[in-house]
Design a protein around this ligand. Structure first.
Ligand SMILES: *Cc1c(COP(=O)(O)O)cnc(C)c1O
Length: 374
């Protein structure tokens, strides 16, 4: 009997030399949250992002956002503008700080934070004497947000931007790498991301002092003394040297992974373009997406569900687009500035299997299932 294998949404995909770096950690007994792989991985990322950047390797992307908020002195009672159409980890660290998120809806060309709504929201909050402390903008599914517009507003009102580039390593915006488009950015190396350390993240800044402060806070904030001396509340957020070894191997294949994911997108688009009820998110001029996940937008909730169920019955994983934060039970009472775009995407959108290790047979199988359904 022919048994079909399960197709996942986005699987980890090792390149080959990860094991060598991990073995090296074992051989030299650097089984700790510091060591040559942590330094090496930070250096690899720095080479990739540009030498004027400083990188702190951390335990997760969530930890990186939390530290970024700390570095910007976001604290109890402060408000932070946050893209509503995102994964909850973009917003949760705002709550860890005792601050309050204000959710901003998306615009249709990139599905990311609407610059117009952002400015409306900032003006409203300033009028009410609640000037926001920071802006968290997200390059969702690898598509860059409109950084020129967002940064111009941020500069006008003097509010720092945290660039959530968790899904966008390998994407570029007018030739600049995502993760370098603002003063503080974060990456994630979770198992489902374009490259992975199984779990991990990084904070990127152009200020060496900020990097050093991030490392200090991430390693329990130990002051200089022979004993353990603390004058600040610290965190245990540094990346493990074993896992950083996986990251070093993955950096060798990052370009291949971007290429493979973009090929998935092109294949889906070519083979589904004759179906009127499906549309794709195109790259605006100057935008280059790593196509971490290929997303489709259908003409209705019913069409989306029909496709999702047909795939599920054949053991193919797909997923509705992110449910916007402003309609999540945990965040529904927070202030928000909306225009209906992210709710519409949540209703009608679907993430298709997008791993860099999908075979041509896998892709054909998915296309057949979708075409048969419609
Ligand atoms: C994955 C992700 C994060 C969090 O990263 P972790 O490493 O999983 O903690 C944050 N923001 C976005 C948009 C993500 O997709």
């Amino acid at each position: 009997m022919l048994t079909k294998t399960k197709i996942y949404l986005s699987s980890p995909h090792m390149g080959g030399s990860e094991q060598k770096f991990v073995d090296e950690a074992f051989r030299t007994n650097w089984i700790s949250p510091l060591g040559p792989n942590v330094d090496g991985f930070e250096e690899d990322l720095r080479q990739y992002l540009g030498n004027n950047k400083y990188v702190a390797a951390l335990s997760s992307g969530t930890a990186a956002i939390h530290l970024a908020l700390q570095l910007l002195n976001v604290s109890k009672g402060d408000e932070v503008m946050c893209q509503s159409f995102t994964f909850s980890a973009s917003a949760n660290p705002i709550m860890y700080q005792g601050a309050t998120p204000v959710f901003i809806d998306s615009e249709s060309d990139t599905w990311n934070m609407s610059p117009e709504l952002l400015e409306v929201a900032i003006k409203d909050r300033i009028e009410k004497y609640k000037k926001p402390k920071a802006i968290i903008a997200v390059h969702l599914y690898g598509m860059p947000y409109k950084a020129n517009e967002i940064n111009a507003i941020a500069e006008k009102y003097e509010i720092p931007v945290i660039e959530d580039s968790a899904e966008a390593l390998g994407s570029t915006y007018f030739g600049k790498t995502c993760g370098t488009l603002s003063d503080i950015a974060i990456l994630s190396f979770n198992g489902n991301k374009i490259i992975t350390t199984s779990g991990g993240g990084a904070l990127i800044t152009n200020d060496l002092e900020l990097k050093n402060k991030a490392v200090f806070l991430s390693t329990q904030a130990r002051d200089k003394a022979p004993h353990y001396e603390h004058s600040t509340v610290g965190f245990n957020y540094r990346m493990s040297n074993v896992l950083a070894g996986i990251g070093r191997g993955q950096m060798e294949v990052l370009d291949d992974r971007v290429k493979a994911r973009r090929e998935n997108y092109n294949f889906y688009k070519t083979n589904l373009s004759n179906i009127d009820s499906i549309s794709f998110l195109e790259e605006p001029e100057g935008f280059f997406s790593n196509r971490w996940i290929t997303c489709i937008k259908t003409d209705s909730y019913e069409t989306r569900e029909a496709i999702r169920h047909a795939l599920l019955e054949d053991d193919v994983e797909s997923r509705p687009l992110w449910k916007p934060m402003h309609v999540q039970p945990v965040y529904k009472d927070c202030l928000n500035f909306t225009n209906g775009i992210s709710e519409d995407l949540f209703d009608k959108g679907l993430c298709l299997p997008s791993g860099s290790d999908l075979s041509q047979d896998d892709l054909n199988r998915i296309i057949n299932l979708i075409t048969k359904t419609l």
